[in-house]
Design a protein around this ligand. Sequence first.
Ligand code: PEP
Length: 263
Amino acid sequence: MGDVRKIYIVGNWKMNFTPGEASLYLHKLSKKVTPGKDIQIIVAPSMISLQTLSLQVNRREFKLAAQNINGRDFGAFTGEVSAAQLRGIVDYALVGHSERRYLFYEHDKITREKVAAALRNRIVPILCIGETLNERENGETDMVIRDQLIGGLSEVVKEDMDKVIVAYEPVWAISSNKDAKLATPDEVEDAVRQVRKHVAEVYGEKVAEALPVLYGGSINNSNAGTYLRIEGVDGLLMGGASLIADEFSSIVDIAKEVRDERD
Ligand code: PEP
């Protein structure tokens, strides 16, 4: 890629930890994990823990992400939390995680509203995209990537594209799925290239080149180095591994090694 790019290491804690446990875990992580130059560490705790952790976190070391946001700012939306309410509490928000898409039926119109809401509220959306096993086997991977990407970004103007992150996460590689399997480096490189190609078609080559594209799917400390060294991959989004402090910290150490190799 030429010059040194930031590496993002994102931990999605999903529906784990009470607020007290989350606070203790963040404390433990901050003792173990030492962020390095050009490494951005982001953790995404449950909604209920965000406010407490925002008071505790050292934002020079860790940034906070919401796992989800609502696409409207305020109103009669029982049980929802908006980007407007999270403004100042988080710096990032996951949008369109496959568990939201497939367990909570979020389609591209919803992800598009959420991406726009995040940007409106100075939160960087991490737009998650990826095909199911069925879609891959039917040769639909590229179409799904394009539809989810373009669908999610369709309200984003070019000037805001430097505040967007994309995470490619094939659903079949996510560890909580039955029969999850590891994506090969070629499969990941190919998908990430497609992401940039579709972004370039809409926003131009420069925007596509600058866009951070992360990979997620059963990352652990034995495969993190392989995925991080794939051409075009700017970081990792991890679920399971982010819940284990030793694993998290060794993945950050691997990211530092990869970053140094790029100097
Ligand atoms: C995820 O759910 O985004 C994810 C990548 O999970 P895991 O790392 O556990 O596969």
